[in-house]
Design a protein around this ligand. Structure first.
Ligand code: ADP
Length: 265
């Protein structure tokens, strides 16, 4: 679909010209469609815990008014629903902040190996709870990329958390940082059920989940990989996902290194 602009031009010699400009509308339509879907999805995701929260408030004000045991249990559930809404709002805000900065590539030197170590340390407890062995392989020396430290921490955290959540309980999650000539990569491999090929192209879409119940159960918002994708794009890098059903998954972020000869600072 095209929109056609027609403008009549006349120069001082009274010659006429007509200027035709064509604008491709199909892309604009797709963006508009995505925006509408996004607002609908976000509202729905918030509405569900909110309805549950209000339901329990009413029960506590009415039928369960004097039931001490029910009150304890319901307050626990209400707290969970509140936390879920808070996580969702936090993720929505993170995503919109990253998008707002999309046109400015971050340029502070960040040591990928160092932050991979930090993330592995901070997720050791979570891994232990699922009896997952977290194995880290990084070069010994610092490996700097032009980046935003908080965003890169977030990127790694989301990928490693997913591998622990969706990987095999009692399995292994390998976190690897590699240095190439002009690029550096950060990859996370698990040995869980993996992802069927038909899901792969849509995996980084907002709110896209392979198994919605499993994601909610694990406390997921459905925004983790959308955030990862936008962080990688802002860093002028790329994200690859390799997986076959039943054979685990590997997520890899490939980022440009500092150009040779450029001082890191
Ligand atoms: P969520 O909050 O649901 O974890 P994400 O955007 O992080 O949202 O992930 C989207 C979906 O991708 C998840 O719900 C899950 O179905 C799938 N997924 C992500 N990582 C993995 C993985 N390592 N193995 C299998 N499935 C995964």
């Amino acid at each position: 679909t095209f929109r056609i602009h027609i403008a009549a031009l006349r120069d001082s010699g009274l010659r006429h010209a007509t200027l035709l400009t064509f604008q491709d509308l199909s892309e604009q339509r797709v963006i508009e469609r995505m925006r509408v879907d996004f607002v609908a999805n976000a509202s729905h995701e918030l509405r569900t815990p909110l309805a549950s929260l209000l339901g329990f408030v009413e029960t506590l004000q009415g039928p369960a008014r004097n039931d001490e045991r029910a009150r304890e249990r319901f307050l626990g559930i209400m707290r969970e629903q509140g936390l879920r809404m808070a996580r969702l709002v936090d993720d929505l805000l993170s995503l919109s902040r990253i998008e707002q900065r999309a046109h400015v590539a971050p340029d502070t030197p960040v040591d990928l190996a160092g932050i991979a170590r930090e993330i592995v340390d901070s997720l050791t407890l979570m891994a232990r709870e699922r009896q997952v062995a977290l194995v880290l392989k990084t070069p010994r020396e610092a490996l700097q990329v032009p980046g935003d430290r908080d965003e890169l921490l977030r990127l790694m955290e989301n990928l490693v958390e997913n591998a622990i959540k969706y990987g095999k309980p009692g399995g292994e999650v390998a976190v690897t940082v590699d240095a190439g000539e002009s690029e550096a990569s950060f990859s996370v491999r698990d040995d869980g059920p993996g992802i069927a090929p038909e899901h792969l192209p849509r995996l980084t879409e907002r709110f896209y989940r392979v198994d919605t119940a499993a994601s909610r159960e694990a406390g997921g918002t459905g925004l983790g990989l959308a955030i990862v994708k936008h962080i990688v794009l802002r860093h002028r890098g790329r994200l690859t996902i390799e997986s076959k059903s039943g054979e685990g998954a590997t997520f890899r972020a490939i980022l440009p290194r500092f150009e040779a000869g450029r001082t890191n600072g």
